[in-house]
Design a protein around this ligand. Structure first.
Ligand code: EPZ
Length: 418
């Protein structure tokens, strides 16, 4: 297993860029199952999760081929299996995204239940209920979801929680079903909207994406398309946190600005400065970080995927901050590790009280999940001395060439075999 070694504190400078969005790419790859021709996706990040999704699709009889550094061709015209095995699904929960497309395209799906992960139980009951509402016969046997449907039919689906991948699963299933589907209390995340844009280019009839109610009129066939994935708002936000915690000025090329209001608002509130420059933003950290209150929420609220990174920044604020995590029940795994670096954070239920300290000191810390790992990298850039971050395979799941990008900004970071 690899580890990162980071020497701090370092000032950052120069320009970096935002890669394609992991959470937009994954559903789009699953959507290729619906097409009767090949799909070509541009701006797909080279990540472990993307590789896992390629393995899963290849196992279904699809063909995934890289046609350039970030250009991925997915051809499911000769799909021959509906089986998504536990061994792959346990590595990446987003594998659940093949449930809707398989049931709609093949009339059957045999998908392992994802199981939980570090940040929570992560049930998929809403996904299953939706497929049932659309006429799917769904059984749970030996840890697998077995869905069958001669032809899915449109239905009104109400989500009591606006689930992101649940909304994406229904969008894809409904696109190839018979009749009209209405999703109520749908997720409004930009990645959901990007998927809807791709499905419409494939011939799907969708209205209301990005709103609470989405209407889909099923069609008989969807064709292969070429589509460019949006850039990653969480990666861009992570670089903003790196600039903030090190009091640096950097330029970030092609961030999806329209999808980043909550992140930018919070960045400015704690003392950050931001200027738009051609095809990017110039961001500037400040010497004295202001404390704040953060409450994670569904889009367009403050994203849970940015909570850990901002917590690292606020550990050096001039006062006490409160962070409330409302989306996942266990998304504070980074707290113990940040405290090992000298932070002073106390957790009570779903709230963390972050007492700003004067400085952090390097230590060995453990990555536990994707965004927790990112928060440790952010903290290590400001910590005095050497920090070792173990188990960085978590980071490789969701950040493309992170150490190269940070090195180019002046960070003293290198990867070592553990
Ligand atoms: C997506 O996960 C993202 N993953 C997550 O990003 C992100 O944190 C999350 O949305 C919230 O924004 C991808 O898009 C691949 P949810 P998802 O279903 O869809 C509960 C990252 O770091 N729920 O919106 O799994 C669930 O337990 C990852 O890139 C049910 O109860 O999240 C959670 O409390 C981490 N039943 C809440 O809803 C269900 O059937 C929101 O989950 C589904 C969800």
């Amino acid at each position: 297993m690899d580890k990162f070694v980071i020497e701090g504190p370092t000032k950052l400078s120069g320009t970096t860029f935002t890669s394609g969005s992991k959470n937009a790419s994954l559903p789009m790859m699953a959507a290729a199952i619906l097409a009767d021709g090949a799909v070509v996706l541009n701006n797909v990040p080279r990540l472990r999760d993307i590789d896992t999704m390629c393995k899963l699709l290849n196992g279904l009889g699809c063909i995934c081929e890289w046609r350039g550094e970030n250009r991925l061709k997915v051809d499911c015209s000769s799909i021959s299996s509906d089986f998504a095995p536990y061994d792959l699904v346990r590595k990446m929960r987003a594998s659940i995204l093949v449930l809707g497309p398989l049931t709609a395209r093949l009339g059957s799906a045999h998908v392992s239940l994802p199981g939980g992960c570090a940040i929570g139980v992560r049930p998929v009951n809403l996904h299953i209920a939706a497929i049932k509402a659309m006429g799917g016969d769904v059984q749970i046997e030996n840890g697998y979801i077995k869905a069958k449907a001669k032809k899915l039919r449109g239905a009104t689906i109400y989500f009591d929680i606006p689930t992101v991948t649940g909304t994406e699963n229904v969008l894809m299933a409904a696109a190839l079903s018979e009749g009209k589907t209405v999703i109520k209390n749908a997720a409004k995340e930009p990645e959901v909207v990007d998927l809807a844009r791709m499905l419409k280019k494939m011939g799907a009839r969708i209205e209301g994406e990005g709103e609470s109610t989405i209407e889909i009129e099923g069609v008989d066939r969807l064709c292969g398309v070429e589509f460019t994935v949006m850039s990653d708002r969480i990666e861009a936000g992570t670089f903003m946190c790196a600039a903030m915690i090190t009091g640096s000025e950097i330029t970030i090329k092609n961030p999806p600005l329209d999808a980043m209001d909550a992140i930018i608002d919070k960045f400015l509130e704690i003392g950050g400065e931001l200027e738009r420059v051609d095809d990017g933003i110039l961001v500037r950290g400040c010497e004295r970080i202001k404390p704040t209150m953060i409450k994670t929420a569904v889009y367009p609220g403050f994203p849970t995927d940015m909570q850990a990174q901002f917590m690292a920044v606020l550990s050096l604020a001039d006062g006490t901050s409160i962070i409330e995590e409302t989306i996942f029940e266990n998304r504070f795994m980074h707290v113990a590790e940040l405290n090992r670096l000298g932070a002073n954070i106390v957790v009570s239920g779903n709230r963390a009280v972050v007492e700003g300290v004067d400085g952090l000191v390097g230590a060995s810390v453990m990555a536990t999940d994707l965004r927790a790992s990112a928060s440790l990298v952010v903290a290590a850039l400001a910590a005095k001395g050497k920090t070792e971050i173990l188990r960085i395979y978590h980071l490789d799941r969701g950040y493309e060439s992170l150490e190269e990008k940070l090195k180019r900004l002046g960070a003293k970071i290198w990867r070592e075999k553990q």
